[in-house]
Design a protein. Sequence first.
Length: 374
Amino acid sequence: MATKAKIYFVMEYVRGGELFNKVAKGKLKVDAARKYFQQLISAVDFCHSRGVYHRDLKPENLLLDENGNLKISDFGLSAFAETKRQDGLLHTTCGTPAYVAPEVINRRGYDGSKADIWSCGVILFVLLSGYLPFHDSNLMEMYRKIGKAEFKCPNWIPPDVRKLISKILDPNTNKRISISKIMENSWFRKGFQSKSTINVSSDLRPNVNEAVVDTDEDTKAELAKPAHMNAFEIISLSAGFDLSGLFEDSDRKKEVKFTSNQPATTIISKFEGLAERLKMKVKKKDGGFFKFEESKEGRKGVLSIDAEIFEVAPNFHLVEMKKSNGDTLEYRKLMKQDIRPSLKDIVWTWQGDEPRPQQEFQPAEIPEFDDQLP
């Protein structure tokens, strides 16, 4: 967001604080450490699948929400896959010394994913032992230990976990275990939920399988859950705070928004009825996302409209609609003549329209007084 004098960043509030605060109190039990390690590996794997390498993984950058679920933060040193040089490697030396991989220290180029895996191994060691595997008051001596992987697991760490740690903290990158192999490890897989939900911003949201309207009741209930809006998204609805024009090449004329004080199920039912009346095909994705398509081609192909429901509060929703394909004039005509009138029962206000008055104001009559006042 921005004013004339300042730029503001609104960040998610993670109620549980840093994972480091738990480790600072002492080592964790094996089951607790495994749970955090499973979530860490799953999240890192997701980042790598999007070509993002964190490069500064450590307990201080792992946050916990109110339910104790882990969130990776502080991507200030992260790199994208396209920043690799012609040799296919990254070359910027960065990270926290105690958690950094030996190949990063050697300054000969490194694979971002393998460097992150090494840091995950150090984190697992710290969770189970309560101290760092590589530590020395002399920085160069610590780097020497990292380069040769000189560390010793305490006796209380189970043998199968020690073996996994040794495979992760292998200075030979060709022999270091991959994330896919970590996920196949028997100790790692105990109680592992491979279909855990990962919250990501809209530009990193993975594609999901589309489902037609005719679904069973359980699926309908799941699809009816709209996406939640965070503080940044809510406040940026104010035109004065919206900076997207600086970064995005968007056509505002193709996008309309309205607010509704109706439940998501009511909005969805209205969409279904509208599509049936207009003889449009409608497809659903999870998170309250809809795609409407004309059955016949128009001047510029099939007219297609995307609609997404966002939950601002339990009984207050924002709906965003925009043309994703077809002719703009046909889209505007359809919005004006059919869609907007059909949705009037559920719309609180359309963005850009005059706000709805709370009540009609009638000025009181001013009584006439004679000249002689007490």
